[in-house]
Design a binder for this molecule. Structure first.
Ligand code: CP
Length: 320
């Protein structure tokens, strides 16, 4: 594996899932693989889970890890080509990525969208240029439009908590927030669930208020509904997440009805397990009574970030 940017980089979803679960059972089975190899983690934005889980995954594979907080410690990056750098940017991504590729065998990068220009964000210009110029395999630690390590961990979590023959009903449920957030997590979750649905693993529904439709390229095959209460009926997993509007790009729109999941809303589900990528704003996005209750999987889900990252890094080290 040379790149982990989207579910399209995984040719064999079920095999990859099995690989992650095998690593969970035997975390150090491949600790020889990463000996004398270095993983570089490059952050242009904050992180708790991605930073720590990916480091832990690398250490369990025997790798050394270097972390670069570009937002705090790096030179201001220029990503545009053909411009005179006579403003605030100090180093071009061409040199920065190429230099990091000299020090590392695998690189990871996190770069959020600016939520100002949709075409610019959805072009994934920074991730693509970083990948092109660094010359080593690259794992996305969340890009402008996707968060594949999160989505892979989400799939692992759903699989672990659903040991029945019939497919689970999985609902991606929009939630309120006071800030305009990227679509990366819901795009990615939807993309992975649509693939899982196509492979007969889940049934997938997206619930969001009017004006919050995700880009079609991420939702092919998903049922979409503008009522949370209707979507929740019979749900086995509810994946709660806020996102800003894609059509009115980056905007927070007025919303009809109550969209925060609480125990009362959860009552119509099939005793659904509740997921969220974290961080979560309590009693704004998701009721504390749900987060603290027996149906919440948010901590187990965060724990599974290790096995998702380890399966990806293992494939990169093997060159598969
Ligand atoms: N879910 C997730 O990616 O968490 P962090 O932003 O803390 O890494």
């Amino acid at each position: 594996m040379k790149q982990f940017f989207s579910v399209a980089d995984v040719p064999d979803l079920s095999d990859m899932l099995a690989e992650a679960l095998a690593l969970k059972r035997a975390p150090f089975a491949y600790e020889h693989l990463g000996k004398r190899k270095t993983l570089g983690l490059v952050f242009l934005n904050p992180s708790l889970r991605t930073r720590l889980s990916t480091q832990k995954a690398a250490l369990q594979l025997g790798m050394d890890v270097m972390v670069m907080n570009m937002d705090k410690d790096g030179w201001a990056l220029e990503t545009r080509d053909g411009v005179a750098m006579n403003g605030n940017t100090v180093e071009h991504i061409r040199e920065a990525a190429a230099v990091m590729g000299q020090y590392c065998d695998v690189l990871g990068i996190r770069s959020f969208p600016k939520l100002a220009d949709r075409d610019e964000d959805y072009s994934e210009d920074l991730f693509r240029k970083f990948t092109k110029h660094c010359g080593v395999p690259v794992v996305s630690l969340e890009s402008a439009t996707r968060h594949p390590l999160q989505s892979f961990a989400d799939l692992i979590t759903i699989h672990e908590h659903w040991q029945r023959t019939q497919k689970p009903k999985v609902v991606l449920a929009w939630a309120p927030h006071v800030k305009a957030l990227p679509q990366a997590v819901p795009n990615s979750f939807s993309e992975w669930m649509c693939r899982a649905q196509a492979e007969g693993i889940v049934d997938f529904t997206i619930a969001h208020p009017e004006g919050y439709a995700l880009a079609e390229m991420f939702t092919k095959g998903a049922a979409t509904i503008n009522s949370l209460d209707e979507a929740l009926v019979g749900a086995d997993f509810v994946y709660v997440k806020n996102w800003s509007s894609y059509d009115n790009y980056g905007q927070i729109l007025p919303v009809q009805g109550e969209w925060m999941l609480d125990n009362q809303k959860l009552a119509v589900t099939n005793s659904a397990k509740v997921m969220h990528c974290l961080p979560v704003r309590r009693d704004l996005e998701l009721a504390s009574e749900v987060l603290d209750g027996p149906q919440s999987l948010v901590i187990q889900e965060a724990g599974n970030r290790v096995w998702a990252a380890q399966a990806v890094l293992k494939r990169m080290l093997e060159g598969n």
